[in-house]
Design a protein around this ligand. Sequence first.
Ligand SMILES: [Fe+2]
Ligand SMILES: [Fe+2]
Length: 298
Amino acid sequence: MNIFKKNAIEKVNMTNMELSLLASGDGTEVIHHKLHPGARLAMIPEEGWTAMEHMYILSGQLIYQSPKGEVLLEQGDSFFASPIQEHVIFIAKTEVQLLYVTSQPQFHAYSNSVRNMMDLAVSVEQKDGYTADHCNRIKELSMMVGEVMGLSPDELYILNLAAFLHDIGKIKVPNEILNKPAGLTDDEYEIMKQHTTWGRETLTATEIVDLVKAGEIVEQHHERFDGKGYPNQLKGEEIRIEAAIITVVDAFDAMTSDRVYRKGMEKDIALNEIMKNKGTMFHPLVVDAFFSIKDQIH
Ligand SMILES: [Fe+2]
Ligand SMILES: [Fe+2]
């Protein structure tokens, strides 16, 4: 027997709701939902969907939008479908807490989003000519620099996600452009530059709070300290420090990695390049922090 005192097996924070898995077994899940006002829950019948779905309102007011009109659900009301046969949408009028029981597990689809994004990021870097450990190296080095710079554990966690996922937006850059070793036309370069904003959009669309936060950093990883970067020409302290860290680490790794079309540069030459661009391309304090850990880089 398991007793959980206000503790769930697993939790996922979404931008508009918090989900806690209270129990799962034998194909059934019991999930506690806390919906913020305005949040929508959609149930959509799919081919082969045979699930029993049951929802019990614990508190708050939830509007049930059925094809026949609106119904207000309150504490003690429930909704049951087995299986669901038409599109059903619920909208939280106030903060709503409810218990959701389903015979077709879906909680892990939510909590797997982070892993799915990471798999996607690795496949993008490979498409871009890197070996599989590029994402991991960027993550490790960013964390080391972040620690030296005194980031909090929460900030380090988001930095870790953002670093791993920095180039995820390249999923939308056509292969012909991504694999061109040099000499992009102006138009092609404009498309390439959009991977920053596309990355933020991809992560925001997951509605997972931590990924949304990482997305804000991802969008800034090609900004420059002197304001000549992209996509928004931010400069100096306008750029998030987490993004400034990823910029330095990514530049270093890009220079020293062997790519499909060329061999990587020596570590010392790459370090020289970083130092030469301190204060123009790169945040000076980040460069200093990076140099303080340089002997730990292999
Ligand atoms: Fe990038
Ligand atoms: Fe990269």
